[in-house]
Design a protein. Structure first.
Lengths: 92, 520
């Protein structure tokens, strides 16, 4: 890990870096529906297919109250504390 | 070392046995800083062991974990050694030398300090607790060794991480899997070339180039109207590749750029693609190794290249002048990377630029011009008379913006030494005479500047038709004033190739050149 100092006026957040990808999927996978139309159908399909391919993995379903706002803190913390991966259905 | 009677910094460190020890602890305490590869530390370790066994309230602080383990094994110590391998406690105590023994009161105030080993001092301070020690077997004096906390390689890091660090900028952590150079490109910090990573250590070293407070506001940078602190400018100067000794020039140039006269907002955002051109005068040129001779306007000199780039990066990263955003240049130009050079003041008998502009010759000054093109060469290898060459130069300058474009801009004329010699051959032409010759040579009656089938540039024919004969015959100069021909000398002694930077919109409507004294 190296550290640099921000050369900007700091009005814009630094782009988040992508977490390093594990080689295998284990543990718990969150399936997050942002409440856009048909997002649940997409996630149903994902859940069915992934359970066939990953029999030892648990899938947990979540949904945001509304797609127009960021997920509430409680929901974010619950997803983070109980899951190792997140699959999010973003758009209709 | 910290002053006597000052409060000793609190700390909490683990021993080699992973047990926590805190200071202050409500008792008078001896704190001794040691490191394993120091012979004098090894001399005093048996003394420290005796102090420990006697219950003297000793905290031995070792500077490397492996070294601490080695000392415990070598001397079979019952005394724990606290692990200060991050060196933060050593740094907080301003330890230059090991061993350093600090004696505190029960309230944690510094009562006494011993540096190295001077038997008389140690005996005086600690003798009462060391009744069984045979002092005669010890040498009278041994110097200590340098503390790891002042090792130049890590001292800057420690300063950057210390609680009293002058750095306030947001820290960005780059993941080990990321390439730091690629990361900076991805964040949009770059002008397209690689950047030096602005680590806290490098920024601290850059700040050493000025006496100004790191949180002073240097300027409000357009177009975002961002308040640029000295620290933020230092970050951009590091990225540009500057040395700390260049930093004062960068600060002065940025101040000049952000004046209402220079109008950096307009210069950076115009579709004409203007950019600051910086000329440095005065003693600092020599001191920081700027180039004013062979290739002065080109690549190869670090000071020339990086000072200009630092100003440009600051305007980009803080001001927000990014191509496609508020920077809307149709073509752009290479000056948008950097353009900064020094004047070869000693080569001519002319007053150098900064003296013409009211400064003392011994002042160091940076002057900014908002220029759209350049340097455009004036190739004349055959004019032998001074007036002939001046008029020949004028012919080249007529093309600025467009040969029929008059009274709207300025120029920075960089006279090369061989041309200078020609201009000064017949009794010595002054800068004022050169300017006048250029203006007279380029003066045209209004009727010649009318729009026609060859070019739509110029006065509309209908407008001209409304003028009487005297008005049509009135001579118009290329530049609004003689002083809009800025003249400096630079270049090598070989080659009859002067250069001209072509201006943008000159005057209050656009940009006016600005000089700033460089405060060192």
């Amino acid at each position: 890990m190296s550290t640099i100092l921000d050369p900007t006026d700091e009005r814009v957040p630094v782009a988040r870096q992508v977490t390093r990808r594990p080689a295998i999927i284990t543990g718990n996978v969150a399936l997050l529906d942002i409440s856009k139309p048909r997002g649940n159908i997409l996630l149903d399909q994902f859940e069915t297919r992934l359970k066939e391919r990953l029999p030892g993995v648990n899938f947990n379903r979540y949904s945001k109250p509304t797609f127009t706002k960021p997920a509430p803190d409680d929901l974010r913390q619950e997803i983070r504390s109980r899951n190792d991966f997140v699959i999010e259905a973003l758009a209709d | 070392m910290l002053p006597i009677d000052s409060q000793a910094p609190a700390f909490n460190l683990d021993t080699n046995a992973a047990e926590s020890r805190s200071f202050p602890n409500g008792e008078a305490t001896l704190i001794c800083f040691i490191k394993e590869d120091c012979p004098t530390c090894k001399l005093v370790v048996p003394i420290l062991e005796q102090l420990h066994k006697g219950g003297a309230g000793l905290l031995a602080v070792g500077q490397t974990k492996d070294g601490n383990d080695a000392l415990i094994e070598q001397f079979n110590l019952s005394m724990p050694i606290l692990n200060d391998s991050t060196l933060k406690v050593s740094f907080a105590y301003d330890i230059d030398t090991v061993p350093t023994m600090v004696k505190t009161t029960a309230e944690g105030a510094i009562d006494a300090q011993l540096i190295g080993f001077v038997k008389e001092e140690w005996q005086s301070l600690l003798g009462a607790d060391l009744n069984e020690l045979d002092w005669d077997k010890l040498p009278d004096w041994r110097p200590g060794c340098g503390s790891l906390s002042v090792d130049p390689v890590i001292a800057d890091r420690l300063q950057a991480e210390a609680e009293n660090s002058p750095l306030r900028a947001r820290k960005i952590e780059i993941a080990p899997a990321d390439d730091e150079f690629e990361f900076m490109f991805d964040q949009g910090f770059s002008d397209g070339l690689p950047l030096v990573p602005p680590t806290p250590e490098r920024v601290l070293r850059m700040l050493a180039g000025t006496s100004r407070d790191p949180q002073d506001i240097v300027a409000v940078l357009p177009p975002n109207l961002a308040e640029a602190t000295v620290e933020k400018v230092a970050i951009n100067a590091v990225m540009a590749g500057c040395k700390p000794e260049y930093f004062a020039v960068v600060l002065a140039a940025l101040e000049a750029a952000c004046t209402d006269e220079f109008n950096a907002h307009g210069v950076m955002s115009t579709t004409m693609g203007a950019s600051p051109v910086m000329v440095v005068n005065g003693p600092i040129r020599e001191r920081i190794g700027m180039n004013s001779t062979l290739g002065a306007l080109g690549q190869g000199n670090r000071a020339n290249a990086t000072i200009g780039r630092a100003v440009r990066l600051a305007l980009r990263n803080m001001g927000g002048a990014k191509p496609g955003g508020t920077e809307r240049s149709t073509l752009g130009n290479p000056m948008k990377f950097t353009m900064c050079f020094a004047e070869a003041e000693e080569r001519s008998g002319w007053d150098p630029l900064h003296v013409e502009r009211g400064f003392d010759r011994t002042d160091s000054v940076v002057t900014l011009f908002g220029m759209t093109s350049g340097p455009v060469l004036i190739v004349d290898q055959t004019s032998l008379g001074s007036d002939q060459l001046a008029r020949s130069m004028a012919m080249s300058l007529q093309s600025i913006h467009h040969p029929k474009s008059y009274m709207g801009t300025d120029t920075l004329l960089v006279v090369c030494p061989e041309h200078l010699d020609t201009l000064q051959r017949d009794g010595g032409m002054s800068k004022a005479e050169l300017r006048r010759l250029i203006q007279d040579s380029l003066a045209r009656p209004l009727r010649e500047l009318v729009q026609d089938d060859n070019s739509g540039v110029g006065i509309a024919a209908a407008t001209l038709d409304k003028m009487d004969k005297d008005r049509k015959d009135k001579l118009v100069t290329k530049f609004p004033k003689d002083e809009d021909i800025h003249i400096v000398v630079a270049g090598s002694d070989a080659g009859k190739f002067s250069g001209a930077f072509h201006g943008w919109a000159t005057g209050p409507i656009g940009t006016i050149s600005v000089s700033r004294k460089i405060e060192e």
